[in-house]
Design a protein around this ligand. Structure first.
Ligand code: G6P
Length: 369
């Protein structure tokens, strides 16, 4: 087993560090920005249905559902097709309105999640086209779908999903670019820009992994916290949810992810000097608004840990800790911003003596409802 961990103390740490390679593997043979080529074999036969879809529905559980939330922003921004994201466990029992022309995307690392599989069967029986985004080749979900694209992240052993999440967003990002370009909602120049931006992600993730020691120092300060709040907006709202989920899964600290602007409708009441608040505060279209949320937290003596864009002085002057990530295309920023949050959860859990790879009460693959 120690050989399989490749010198890392846990599978989770190994898998976090594999991300530059797993994202590159996911892009390999599909995206070639220099030649402006983007090929997704699984989509070829279904491209017409995808382009004509009146609606896209993403369904999944857990971390995969968070990848679906990022994709909602991607599909609506790039392709202007109304998109919904559904917890498979709710979707399957709600008798939802589904039309023949709806394009349903099921996202699953294991390809075995019982609720996701049942949601697929239900949507199929109502005439939708089902596309799978899975990691495990030949699993039940890829067999139950009409078509799909694998994430090619390699085996994920740690129960808390890391590299599968970034690979899912990578596939969904390619799908959104392809769709937007085919529909003409993305211009030729924006198409090229996005291809280049996605191709550059592995090297940016590599850079963020260099912050491991810095993140560990922050983990040492907050390892005894009883609660954590994670806040982000836009593309990084799902990243806030994912950061909070990682922390609760493996460290058993209560953590909540929230859209930053919703803080005033509840979570702000929890803020005092004992409350660490993690902000994704990169220089994107919601930057100024997030900065004012940081001020609100500081005014109540909360502790602020902020993920910022390299060189940011404004947030540095307000936050207790900053973690700098390289500048990145907003639409793909979740792929980079999530990495320090994975590391933060990991180090806090290790410091608390938790079993990081096999957290209590959780299973890697949930084959019962
Ligand atoms: C379990 C795992 C999570 C995962 C979720 C969905 O809860 O512990 O890491 O996100 O199932 O699994 P799937 O294999 O469908 O992505």
């Amino acid at each position: 087993e120690s050989i399989e961990k490749g010198g890392y103390e846990h599978f989770m740490l190994k898998e976090i560090h594999e991300q530059p390679r797993s994202i590159a593997d996911c892009l390999r043979g599909r995206l070639d920005a220099e030649n402006q080529r983007l090929v997704l074999g699984g989509l070829r036969e279904h491209m017409a249905t995808f382009q004509n879809a009146k609606r896209i529905i993403l369904t999944a559980c857990g971390t995969s559902w968070h990848a679906g939330l990022v994709a909602e922003y991607l599909f609506e921004e790039f392709a202007r097709i109304p998109t919904e994201v559904e917890y498979a466990s709710e979707f399957r029992y709600r008798n939802p309105v589904i039309h023949t022309g709806d394009f349903v995307i099921a996202i699953s690392q294991s390809g075995e999640t019982a609720d996701t599989l049942a949601a697929i069967e239900m949507a199929k029986s109502k005439g939708a086209t089902i596309f799978g985004v899975c990691n495990v080749v030949g699993a039940s979900i890829p067999r139950a779908t009409h078509a799909g694209s694998y994430t090619h992240a390699g085996p994920e052993i740690g129960v808390a999903s890391t590299k599968a999440f970034t690979a899912q967003i990578t596939v969904l990002g390619m799908m959104a670019i392809k769709l937007g370009y085919a529909l003409g909602t993305l211009s030729g120049s924006r198409y090229r820009e996005l291809l280049l931006a996605l191709q550059a992600i592995p090297q940016k993730v590599e850079k963020v992994l260099g912050l491991n020691e810095k993140v560990k120092e922050i983990a040492e300060v907050y390892q005894g916290a009883r609660n954590f709040l994670y806040l982000g907006r836009g593309y990084n709202f799902p990243v806030a949810l994912e950061g909070a989920l990682k922390l609760k899964e493996i460290s058993y600290i209560h953590a909540e992810g929230y859209p930053a602007a919703e803080m005033k409708h509840g979570p702000i009441a929890l803020i005092d000097a004992e409350m660490p608040v993690v902000f994704i505060a990169i220089q994107d279209s919601s930057y100024e608004k997030v900065v004012s949320n940081i001020q609100e937290v500081k005014a109540r003596k909360g502790k602020v840990i902020a993920i910022v864009t390299e060189g940011d002085e404004q947030v540095r002057s307000m936050a207790d800790h900053v973690i700098e990530i390289p500048p990145v295309e907003e639409a793909f920023s979740p792929l980079v911003a999530v990495v320090p949050l994975q590391l933060l959860a990991y180090h806090i859990a290790v410091l608390r003596g938790c079993d990081v790879d096999q957290p209590r009460n959780l299973a890697k693959s949930v084959t019962v409802e």
